[in-house]
Design a protein around this ligand. Structure first.
Ligand code: EPZ
Length: 428
């Protein structure tokens, strides 16, 4: 196990380059199963969720070759058995995407019930509803979801509420189905548009991605292409907030400013200067951070994946802020760790009341999930004294080289091996 040791209180300065988007990449890597020829993906983030996706593909018989650091070659024609290895599938939420692609290609799919960040109950009823609309049935067999269909026929899919994963899985299952599929109440996140662009580049016929109605006409063949994944708007937002929390001055490069609009608007509201360029944003703080109220919403609203980071910054603002995040059952698990650093936050269900204290004190803390880990790192960067963040494997699921990138901005952050207590006791 490893931890980060951070000596805080240093404003971040300089330039950082954003990597490919995790939540686009996990979908697009799974979607290579639908391609009838080899394809190459560029700007693939070097993160553990992607490593697992590539392991899943190669363990099923695909050829997955690293062309360079962030460019990967995929040839999935060698996959014959539509079953994802159980232990790999259960380790992350994104494994649900293999249900959609294997069903889309083989009309059959076995995938373990998904794992991933513990944000409360994370059912897949809407995914299964979408598959059923196309003619698929499903059973739960020894912890695996088994989806199968004699044929996939285009139809209308109406989601009961916004679901990113459900929309992504519906697109992947429908893009080779017979006839027209209309997805209503679709999610509109940038990674959904990126997936549709990837599939359309291969010859799919998907219109309306990014709106709440997506029309898909099934096609018979998807040709090989080279495709570049969009920059990660959550990684970018995380560095924007880190710059603000440390009262720094940072240029964040390789971004699509339009994808950051809700984050930019909120940062400006709390007194942060954000200058938008074509492919970068410049973030600096010239005065005190101000309180605000925040409610997370599906895109284009303020993303839930930015809530822990932004709430952490609000502990440093003047006054009382209110944060509501009801996208998941419980996305405030990190608050108990922030309190160890002196934060004054009370949580009632999906609402947090934050009394800005202006400063945090370094302390040993434990990451409980990916974005909580990012939030605790931000807290450590801003705090007086030393902070140790354990369970950084959560952070490495979604942030490429985060310690190296932060050191490039002047942060004092080191990666340290945590001795295995059992081992030490045995060798006592
Ligand atoms: C995706 O999760 C992201 N994960 C999450 O990012 C992100 O927080 C979330 O979308 C919302 O933007 C990936 O893309 C791999 P949902 P997903 O389906 O697809 C409930 C991160 O930090 N729901 O939009 O699981 C669900 O429990 C991760 O990068 C059902 O009830 O999100 C949640 O409460 C964390 N039934 C809400 O809907 C379903 O069938 C939104 O879920 C599906 C979802």
């Amino acid at each position: 196990m490893e931890k980060f040791v951070i000596n805080g209180g240093k404003p971040l300065h300089g330039e950082v380059t954003i990597s490919g988007a995790k939540n686009a990449a996990v979908a697009i890597v799974a979607a290579t199963i639908l391609c009838d020829e080899p394809c190459v993906l560029e700007n693939v983030p070097e993160i553990s969720d992607i490593t697992i996706c590539m392991k899943i593909l190669s363990s099923m018989g695909a050829v997955v070759k690293l062309v360079s650091k962030n460019t990967v070659y995929f040839d999935t024609r060698g996959i014959t058995k539509p079953e994802v290895p159980y232990e790999l599938a259960r380790s992350m939420r994104a494994s649900t995407y293999f249900l959609g692609t294997l069903l889309g290609r083989f009309h059959n799919a076995y995938v373990a019930m998904p794992g991933g960040c513990d944000l409360g109950d994370r059912p897949i009823d809407q995914h299964l509803k979408a598959f059923a609309s196309l003619g698929a049935q499903h059973e739960l067999e020894n912890g695996q979801v088994h989806c199968h269909a004699d044929d996939l026929i285009g139809s209308q899919i109406y989601f009961d509420f916004n679901t990113v994963g459900g929309t992504i899985n519906a697109i992947m299952a429908a893009c080779k189905a017979k006839g027209l599929t209309i997805i209503e109440n679709a999610a509109k996140e940038p990674h959904i548009v990126d997936l549709a662009n990837f599939l359309n580049s291969m010859g799919a016929d998907i219109r309306g991605a990014g709106t709440d109605v997506i029309k898909i006409r099934g096609v018979g063949y998807l040709k090989g292409i080279t495709y570049g994944i969009i920059p990660d708007q959550i990684e970018a937002g995380t560095y924007m907030v880190a710059a603000a929390a440390t009262k720094g001055d940072v240029l964040i490069k390789n971004v699509i400013p339009k994808h950051l609009e809700s984050i930019t608007a909120k940062l400006r509201k709390v007194g942060v200067t954000v200058i938008e360029n074509d492919e970068s944003v410049h973030v600096k703080v010239e005065g005190p951070l101000l309180k605000t109220s925040l409610k997370t919403m599906p895109h284009p609203g303020f993303p839930t994946d930015m809530q822990p980071q932004f709430s952490t910054m609000l502990t440093l603002a003047e006054g009382t802020s209110i944060v509501t995040d009801d996208i998941f059952d419980n996305r405030f698990k990190y608050v108990s760790e922030l309190r160890r650093m002196g934060a004054d936050i009370s949580v009632d269900g999906t609402v947090a009341v934050i009394q800005g204290k202006g400063m945090l004190q370094g302390a040993p803390v434990v990451a409980t999930d990916l974005r909580a880990g990012a939030a605790l790192i931000i807290a450590g960067l801003a705090a007086n004294g030393t902070t140790e963040v354990e369970n950084i494997h959560f952070v490495e699921r979604g942030y490429e080289c985060i310690d190296k990138k932060l050191r490039g901005l002047g942060a004092d952050i080191k990666r340290v091996i945590v001795p295995d207590v059992d081992h030490v006791r045995m060798s006592g």
